[in-house]
Design a protein around this ligand. Structure first.
Ligand code: NAD
Length: 260
């Protein structure tokens, strides 16, 4: 049980992050949602999670590309719920293009949101986690934190970087009851992947079904998308007491993709 724990999940108004927030709420944690979207929809999500799971839930709109907003998120959370016990760095964006066509502003945004944001949240959270001798940090990397694909230079660089950052944080905090791990999902059907499928179908003149089969699931030996629940359950396990000796790993949840 995570009862009484305070959890922040970045990028949790959609997709994997929302699933993780729910998995932590089910286990009794107070949850801070973060991310963009229509205000009324986000408010409804907060109410739903709070009522079903009987835990405090709030939403914070901090932009993970802005270090000052990240610091403010950590402070607002501490004031509202108490210091952060569980930090899940999940916010992420993607852009697909070969290097010579890759817009430099997209490179900067992907590095900021998918990598640097985790440095800024951890920088704020670690002192109090160490002092209280409990902390769980889970960084949502990707199979692309372990292997590469063409056209995803910024994403692959950021996710490899995030796996490296995870290992360093694990070493620095190991004696203080704080673990830091990465989960590395393969393809999960979320808006992030649906957008890529639609783009590639247009670019290659294929149907979306063909793109899914030939491009996406060709990577994944299970020949199906991993589910949000599978990723969220893995994250929740890493946040549990039972996982206290697991630190510094990059755990694939990828249907066997990174075995070859
Ligand atoms: P998604 O697009 O459904 O959700 C992304 C979330 O991040 C949203 O809540 C969005 O509002 C938020 N976000 C985006 N930019 C932000 C910013 N600047 N500040 C704060 N929040 C921001 O995507 P998803 O597929 O659920 O991806 C979640 C994470 O999982 C990402 O880090 C992604 O790289 C990773 N991942 C996804 C897959 C997949 O197949 N879907 C595979 C491996 C890894």
């Amino acid at each position: 049980s995570l009862e009484g724990r305070v959890a922040i999940v970045t990028g949790s108004t959609s997709g994997i992050g929302l699933g993780i927030a729910e998995a932590l709420a089910i286990r009794g944690a107070s949850v801070v949602l973060n991310g963009f979207g229509p205000t009324d929809e986000i408010a409804a999500t907060c109410r739903r999670l709070a009522e079903i799971h009987d835990v405090p839930v709030r939403h914070d709109r901090a932009d993970m590309a802005q270090p000052a907003e990240i610091t403010a998120l950590m402070e607002r959370t501490a004031r509202a719920f108490g210091p952060c016990d569980i930090l899940v760095n999940n916010a992420g964006i993607q852009h697909v293009a070969q290097i010579e066509d890759f817009p430099p502003d997209k490179w900067e945004a992907i590095l900021a949101i998918n990598l640097s944001a985790a440095f800024h949240t951890m920088r704020a959270a670690l002192p109090r986690m160490k002092a209280r001798r409990f902390g769980r940090i889970v960084n949502v990397a990707s199979a692309h934190g372990l292997v590469a694909s063409p056209f995803k230079s910024a994403y692959v660089a950021a996710k490899h970087g995030l796996v490296g950052l995870t290992k360093v944080a694990a070493l620095e905090a190991a004696e203080n009851g704080v673990t830091c791990n990465a989960v590395c999902p393969g393809y999960v059907w979320t808006p992030l992947v649906a957008d890529q499928v639609a783009q590639q179908a247009t670019a290659h003149g294929l149907s979306e079904e063909e793109v899914v089969r030939r491009v996406f699931l060709a990577e994944q030996p299970t020949r199906r998308f991993a589910t949000v629940d599978e990723v969220a359950g893995t994250v929740a396990f890493l946040c549990s007491r039972a996982a206290a000796s697991i630190t510094g790993i990059a755990l694939p949840v990828d249907g066997g993709w990174t075995t070859h």
